[in-house]
Design a protein around this ligand. Sequence first.
Ligand code: RAM
Length: 913
Amino acid sequence: MELKDLRVEYRENPLGLDIKKPRFSWKLVSEEKNVMQTAYRIFVTKEGKTVWDSGEQDSSSSVLIEYNGLELDPRTLYQVQVEVWDNKGNWAIAKGTFETGLLKGTNFSADWITHDFPADETACPVFTKEFKVKKEIEKVRIYATALGVYEITINGKKVGDTYFAPGWTNYHQRIQYQTYQADELLQEKNTMEITVGNGWYKGIFGFTCTPNHYGDRVSVLAEVHITYVDGTMEIVKTDESWNVTTGKIRSSEIYMGETIDSCYKNENFSSVLPMSFDKERIIGQESEPVRITTKLPAKELIVTPKGEKVIDFGQNLTGFVELKITGKIGQIITIRHAEVLDKDGNFYPETLRQAISIDQFVCNGEEQTFLPHFTFHGFRYIAVEGLEEINLENFTACVLHTQMEETGTFTSSNPLVNQLYSNILWSQRGNFLDIPTDCPQRDERLGWTGDAQVFAGTAAFNMNVASFFTKWLHDLASEQTEEFGVPHVIPNILGNQDGAAAWSDAAVIIPWVIYQTYGDVRVLEEQYESMKGWVDYISAHCGTNGLWQKGFQYGDWLGLDKEEGSTERTGATDKYLVANAFYAYSTNLVSKAAYVLDEHEDGQKYDQLYQKIKKAFNEEYITASGRMVSETQTGCVLALYFDLADVKYRERILKTLEINIANHKNHLTTGFVGTPYLLPALSENNLHDLAGTLFLKEDYPSWLYAVKKGATTIWERWNSILPNGDFDTSGMNSLNHYAYGSIGEWMYRKLAGINQLEPGYKKISIKPQFIKGITSVEASFNSVYGEIKSAWICRNQKILVDVVIPANTTALLYLPEKENPLEVGSGSYHFEYETETNLERARFSMDSTLKEILDEPVALQILNQYAPEMMNHPMIEFAYQLSISEILATAPGETETLFKMVIDSLNRTVITI
Ligand code: RAM
């Protein structure tokens, strides 16, 4: 047995940790089966002296164990040693470190400094200081933050490799500082520069593209702590001795892009001005920083019909382009960004709305590498101007996001499904840039609570999102109104907002997801007031019937079931039905959280409230014979999945749902709110086959429709690009919007069958559920205990299942087609047995639409050959969305034989599985 992954607050050997009671986690790794930890002991030492010895604890806890020793000192390195014993008589040890930051309460002694440039100056200020180092250095730490976004260089070298520090928080109450290790950067004579971009603090942001959301002057605060070998220390800090000038970054805005003039030299240094900004708001960095996590080479050079020189990176992404070039002095290269080309193949930046996203580089005649600093773009294509000849090797797309550990994998026998999975992952990468944003490209990029809420479950499979969401939830709580209403975007720059269902419910649902995924109780403790407050807010807005039926709601946002021609975005489901479904759901979660926190009185109180809401919900929204007020997919799904409908109504509601789906020819109509629960509700109510049918639909509207249209990220709308190649023109059409990626959770939980029976996956359930059309799945989730794997193949009358259960956990294995689950401990398991099941799917049937069939080029060939007159028939376009059986109901008999033949030969030739 070995110990791996010793973590302090989810991080490996963290630097600048600003938590008074950090928590330790580790993983047991063993070749043996059924391994459980029987005891642990943690030592924490400082300069060889023990500050905490947990003593030998007979316990299987190995996740998030809280430090309980002497009070931690700021800026201090601690050694951690964990010893573990297992039930097989083994002992193992792991060692690590953490270094504390300033520790909140220990304020910066530096001063905030700013400049007095005229208001119309767009160039980024560069704050500078020269200083000497006289003695031999042992270590150097820099603690810094800014109002704006900043980058530090020492002697021309960038300090650290992170971007967009200090990150976006509710600056009215919280602003993070960062800690950097800079041991190797100092020389005898040093120049330190801190460049500050407008960022979220002062920059142009929000729908209205207005600046100064938090203040109209950027500012910086920094301390360099130099420890010498002789034990003495010196601090260089921002104060009135610094100078300020402007530098090569002549303008920079997150939405608008950046201009770097490498010929620009400014020797006009002026004195800095003091700035007053409450230092009490300063907190340590809470989540992982933003970094360039991948670089993608340029794939193809395209000259568009309009003559634009366009480079395709093959992937819609968030970040910027690095350009290597030896240009002429003063030569200007302009890079514009777009997610997509239009149907004629021209550059199409419309999805960015007013976020013009233009980077400009002015060359200095030397060999140069240009890289923006304080802007990011959502793009797959760039249009390049100012270069006669384009050499693809000189262009690289840098992918930027919060650097979270990727914890999930998923592959299947179906390439379209694999592409969908990739699209979900890329939309998460693209939108987890310091805060969870709705989209990364247009003049929005806001922390919409609803989007984060619906996607959180999937996000937590794909990546370790514990610290990321913890930080954001702290902001959420800090932004709640006096009545505990939750704004719809966090951080909130949209002004006064009251609560809205499913959006504001992020306050309750996301902490619960974090607790369930990582066994993290602290997030519940810290958010408890916020969670309860939100539910109490709703209660205070209820009528005498105990239901919330007034005020603004987003309903089932972008649901397709609205009336024909309606421009309403809230879907057809009664908005208050949605609101009360979430009211009930959140109340139930608050009750559960209360029990976890040993708040039994609250637990009972909210449970009673939950029962009351359920009763009122049934009275208001379901008739005595089981009809729902909104017989929409979302209406039915919420009533079933949130377990709201009385048992006596469930069967009828399920039937209603089934009929609704059939009426839509097995297509979904759900919006943001219903989509995450649609397939789970079917799978959990004996309609898993139907869930599979919906999941694998390839025509509009469906998940795979976008994939077939070439999507490399998840679209905001089911119809972001219409079947004929036109774009949605509502003015709200992002091609990188993770909300509908919420299907990822169902893929992990149902297709791969990976579920937790206890928080943190201390007890696991593996229950793969087959669907027709997928003959194999291989998925894994790296839980806080270690990697869980579930893989299956069902082909040629054989089922093969491979499962890996990490040490220190147990699992229930539900093998497909076997009656009783197996109870197992850790280890790798392989099963092989006979089956009659055939998952190979005849993709086309008489129920397929003409469109679906014609999308296969072979079908077109066959039809053109045998029935050219039909293909030219004026009604053919009208019949596109009709199924073959529907067409046949009105068409002459011999067409039937023809279609049967086409379908048969298609099923023989196109099946890829
Ligand atoms: C749009 C956002 C977001 C959604 C809100 C209600 O502007 O893109 O996705 O949550 O509206």
